[in-house]
Write a new protein. Structure first.
Length: 199
């Protein structure tokens, strides 16, 4: 009788424990699903970036050469979620050359990183923006009825003002070329870890 009682108690413990785990798994899957289906305005991704930014004061980040003077944001590249494995990250480049990278999902570097761009690289970024015609482009290229496309935001300083363009659907080929130029430049840099999320 004692063995039967012990067996019943063990079975109930395992049953309730597995139900609890199933609930946690279902909750996590639902959160991931909501992230992967967010593509119209990248609100979830933007919230994730905002949360990261709230946790760090970049002006207090020291390197071998001392504290970075950030200045104004002169270039932004932000890539948002899609239904699949689209890279989700955000890069901000400041007038001082300081840059921050926030890797969120489906990228090699997850977490918060920093680097320094040279004056020549900053000049090249601005020059390419004009060369590719960003100064004459619309502020948004989108079609809400088309689903499963990631949203990309590209911002660059033109004539002293940061112009940010939403790039999702029907954008000019030259805008894609500018995005590719920025991505290659970003990949060529050595990024120093500020923080990585806990596993």
């Amino acid at each position: 009788m004692m063995k039967v009682t012990l067996l019943i108690i063990t079975s109930l413990f395992l049953l309730f424990g597995s139900c609890k785990n199933k609930h946690k798994i279902a909750q996590a899957e639902a959160e991931m699903e909501s992230l992967s289906t967010e593509n119209a305005d990248s609100t979830i991704v933007n919230d994730a970036f905002s949360d990261l930014e709230d946790d760090f004061d970049f002006s207090e980040t020291a390197t071998d050469s001392g504290v970075f003077e950030m200045g104004e944001v002169v270039t932004v590249l932000e890539r948002g979620a899609c239904f699949g494995r689209c890279p989700i990250y955000k890069v901000k480049i400041y007038s001082s050359g300081y840059a921050s990278y926030e890797g969120v999902n489906f990228v090699d570097q997850i977490g918060l990183y920093q680097t320094q761009f040279s004056e020549k690289e900053l000049a090249d970024i601005a020059l390419k923006g004009i060369e590719f015609g960003l100064d004459t482009m619309a502020l948004s290229y989108d079609q809400p009825r088309v689903t499963d496309l990631p949203t990309t935001y590209i911002g660059t300083t033109i004539n002293g003002e940061l112009k940010t363009i939403k790039m999702r659907y029907g954008y000019p080929e030259s805008l894609r070329h500018y995005r590719n130029f920025l991505e290659e430049l970003i990949k060529s840099k050595t990024w120093t870890t500020i923080t990585v999320p806990n596993e």
